[in-house]
Write a protein that binds this ligand. Structure first.
Ligand code: F6R
Length: 236
């Protein structure tokens, strides 16, 4: 594992974007695993700049997102599909049909999960997976549990996650209680993992995840077993 500490969120965002851009330069038809939330916003803004400057070309890239809220369609402003379209895809030259986000409105979320995993497998797996981390140690929406779940699957969100994500909604009551998330199989199968976290509030959970015991109670701790993880942490 490579653990990089920087001073500012801007620095984190530039470094993360440069690592993702390098992946695309080295393998133009790569598969990027992408995340939502506040952490990657700066990274995505920097990727848009690099693309606009002609330094990186996303035309052959495929993306697979980690997760989606159950009950939200892609045109809902709170959905992760909407987030990706507006914060990244609209600003780079990726083909819209090559961007995948799990469906939050599938009648059969378990089957939806199976199909999502089959899709990732058919793409040859993920070359680089970008992750944020929740205050409870979740990655994707793999919440603390008694075991790690391998497959893409529906989950009940923890109260702390609902609380943390309420900032994106008009009220806490509007935060969906369930999500569909990529499981640990696809995440751990990614050839490279890049985890970004900013703010002093994330320091404790990073220490637990990367220097504490490997346990499903701290889902990100499984990444200690991954051969190629880079963590970028900024204190601000
Ligand atoms: C988002 C995701 C989540 C977030 C995590 C941190 O697709 O999978 O695991 O990365 O909740 O969120 P922020 O970045 O908002 O602190």
């Amino acid at each position: 594992m490579t653990f990089i500490t920087v001073k500012t969120y801007e620095e984190l965002s530039r470094k993360a974007a440069n690592l993702i851009a390098a992946q695309v330069v080295m393998k133009p038809d790569c598969v990027l695993g992408l995340a939502t939330g506040s952490s990657p916003l700066g990274t995505y803004a920097n990727l848009a700049k690099l693309c606009e400057a002609g330094d990186v070309d996303f035309s052959a890239v495929t993306s697979v997102n980690l997760d989606e809220y159950v009950g939200l369609t892609g045109d809902n402003e709170q959905s992760y599909r909407y987030f990706m379209d507006h914060n990244l895809f609209a600003h780079i030259n990726i083909r819209p049909e090559a961007t995948y986000v799990p469906s939050g409105v599938s009648a059969d979320p378990v089957e939806e999960g199976r199909q999502y995993d089959a899709l990732i497998e058919s793409l040859g797996g993920i070359d680089l997976q970008l992750l944020g981390i929740g205050l409870d140690g979740h990655i994707g929406f793999n919440e603390p549990d008694d075991c790690f779940t391998k497959e893409t699957h529906p989950v009940e969100l923890d109260e702390s996650t609902i609380e943390a994500n309420a900032r994106f909604f008009a009220s806490r009551d509007e935060v969906p209680r369930q999500a569909v998330t990529m499981g640990m199989g696809a995440i751990m199968g990614a050839r490279k993992v890049l985890l970004i976290a900013n703010g002093a509030a994330k320091k404790d959970i990073l220490e637990k995840a990367f220097y504490g015991p490997i346990t499903p109670q701290v889902p990100a701790s499984i990444l200690q077993l991954h051969p190629d993880v880079t963590v970028i942490f900024s204190e601000n």
